[in-house]
Design a protein around this ligand. Structure first.
Ligand code: GSH
Length: 106
């Protein structure tokens, strides 16, 4: 039977392998300009901003005013914010955006 130490070391090594595999399989898009669009609030979209600030990575910080939102909402993909834009592609869901940015920026 394997010891707990051996098992833990194996699991960590597997996790490192998986992370290296993931990086190799999916080249980073982080060389493109990152744009985070959200209201001027510390709510769903704030974590993505904090991740970029903590990583000391430059990004376009677009803060939508409530008065402008109805018009922008009508032309938006899902009618909600935050939206992450990289290389002309849009990504949604605050937690997923923050997780992705954290993973990409170490
Ligand atoms: N499941 C989405 C929900 C996004 C969401 O509801 N955002 C709110 C702001 S926190 C919003 O866009 N409200 C404006 C609206 O629904 O018109 C996420 O987690 O990003």
């Amino acid at each position: 039977m394997r010891s707990i130490e051996h098992s833990t070391a194996s699991n960590i090594s597997l996790m490192v392998d998986a992370s290296e595999h993931w990086k190799a399989a999916k080249p980073s898009k982080m060389s493109s300009k990152v744009k985070i669009t959200y209201f001027d609030l510390r709510a769903r979209g704030e974590l993505a901003r904090l991740v970029m600030a903590a990583a000391k990575k430059d990004f376009e910080d677009v803060r939508v005013q409530f008065a402008d939102w109805p018009k922008l909402k009508a032309n938006s993909t899902y009618g909600t914010l935050p939206v992450l834009e990289i290389g002309g592609k849009e990504y949604f869901q605050g937690n997923a955006i923050a997780t992705y940015l954290a993973r990409e920026n170490g």
